[in-house]
Design a protein around this ligand. Structure first.
Ligand code: DOR
Length: 445
């Protein structure tokens, strides 16, 4: 079988940074050593001066298929993901139709199997009335459950306390939650609509979708998880206050309550609304510099376990609407790792910890089989990055179907050299090389 040797890169893996050779045969990594002698016919990649990371596993993306494919689709966004070093994604249920029945879930798996450049799984959506479907789920088939405890894109609010308690009590799956208190947001929105009509200044987004709204909802979800023993994962923390709700003293493998932070909450702050306007309107909202600093601190001391994107594209035209009509969300998968590598250069996080939070920990948290690490026998999902070659986000380089990025014009300190998905060189020389190398994620449960 043809062997690829990635020679003499600095491998960032399992808390270490070492210059090594890595051999790939077929879909798998077969050897890792200081030096591996090339055999006749080996394809050798001289990677001296480059860094090799496990491909990132993004536990929260919205790829919009089915039903919203004018914004994005699985093919376009999975290609953007591999161009950004993300080799596996877990996609959210707020599509049209919503992924809230087994039939819709199977249809999504079927679509993905035919057109994805990256490895994939899905979250099943919980609603006020689909407990029977949740109970029928094969726990090995799906990444986890997703509940919107505050409404966002897609009308998926779960607001019945009785149903919530039943869902929390009835599954061993990881329950991932979007936490923003609905009453608080509604009251704040009403107040500012009375004052401004639809054209509320976007600077008020973090006042409307406030710290209190986040804290109240996260606290309630955590209290319910403690009462029921559910396995809870709180998505996209955006406030320093919420970070106090999480424990840093327990190893991830033993935690029942975990947290995620997304790249936009670590990169932007409320100062950026003046320039970026609704392009950085997200739910939960980007908040203050103090919040951003607190999120970095919590990520570094292990109160926050996972780094992700919440990649949520909308069209440029949709985003140009006045505040109340401009949808929340923005595309991120192509630029998230670049932003994180730049943050690492600025000493916000070490490379080893970046890899732990974006590669190892999603694999641990969701019991993903044989991915997330650079280990013999594991799938060869790998990304080579050049920390000495800056890159600027230009319109022409954007692969998202929506054709824009909140990072347009930004120069990152690093660039993506190449990406392997299941042993296939899927992205190199600034181009997608393989559009269908992705496989369905499997789980060790
Ligand atoms: O900003 C957001 N956009 N937050 C979400 O929770 C949903 C997402 C979307 O689907 O557009």
């Amino acid at each position: 079988m043809k062997r690829t040797l990635i020679q003499q890169s600095t491998v960032i893996n399992e808390g270490k940074s070492q210059v090594l050779d890595v051999a790939i045969e077929g879909e798998r990594i077969v050897a890792i050593a200081p030096r591996i002698s090339p055999a006749v016919g080996d394809h050798c990649i001289d990677a001296q001066g480059l860094h090799l990371l496990p491909g990132l596993i993004d536990d929260q993306v919205h790829f919009r298929e089915p039903g919203l494919t004018h914004k994005a689709d699985i093919a376009s966004e999975s290609q953007a993901a591999i161009a950004g070093g993300i080799t596996s994604f877990i996609e959210m249920p707020n599509t049209q139709p919503q992924t809230t029945t087994i039939e819709e879930l199977e249809a999504k798996f079927d679509t993905a199997s035919q057109k994805t450049a990256a490895n994939y799984s899905f979250m099943f959506g919980g609603t006020n009335d689909n407990l029977d479907e949740i109970l029928k789920l094969d726990q090995k088939a799906v990444a986890g459950l997703k509940l919107f405890l505050g409404s966002s894109t897609g009308n998926m609010l779960v607001d019945s306390p009785e149903i919530l308690e039943k869902i929390f009590s009835s599954t061993d799956l990881v329950i991932s939650v979007h936490c923003e208190d609905e009453q608080t947001i509604r009251a704040n929105t009403e107040k500012y609509v009375n004052q401004y009509g639809d054209d509320i200044p976007v600077e008020l987004h973090p006042i409307i979708r406030s710290e209190e709204a986040c804290y109240l909802s996260s606290s309630k979800a955590i209290a319910l998880a403690k009462k029921t023993g559910a396995r809870l994962h709180v998505f996209h923390l955006s406030t320093v206050k919420e970070t106090e709700l999480f424990d840093s003293s327990i190893p991830l493998e033993e935690k029942k309550i975990t947290a995620e932070v997304c790249v936009h909450h670590l990169w932007f702050s409320d100062k950026d609304y003046a320039d970026k306007k609704t392009l950085i309107k997200w739910n939960p909202a980007v908040k203050t510099q103090a919040d951003q600093d607190g999120l970095w601190a919590a990520l570094n001391d292990d109160r926050i376990d996972v780094l992700a994107t919440d990649h949520a594209p909308h069209t440029w035209d949709e985003k140009q609407n006045p505040y109340t009509k401009a949808p929340s969300g923005g595309p991120l998968v192509q630029h998230a790792l670049l932003a994180l590598l730049t943050a690492s250069k600025n000493e916000k996080i070490s490379l080893e910890r970046l890899v732990q939070k974006a590669c190892h920990n999603p694999a641990i948290l969701f019991d993903i089989k044989e991915r997330g690490y650079i280990r013999p026998g594991y799938y060869a999902d790998l990304v080579l990055v050049d920390l000495k070659k800056p890159c600027t986000v230009t319109l022409e380089s954007i692969l998202y179907k929506c054709g824009w990025s909140p990072f347009e014009g930004t120069t990152f300190a690093a660039s993506i050299h190449s990406t392997f998905v299941n042993g296939t060189l899927a992205y190199a020389d600034g181009k997608i090389q393989a559009t269908q190398a992705g496989q369905r994620l499997t789980f060790d449960r």
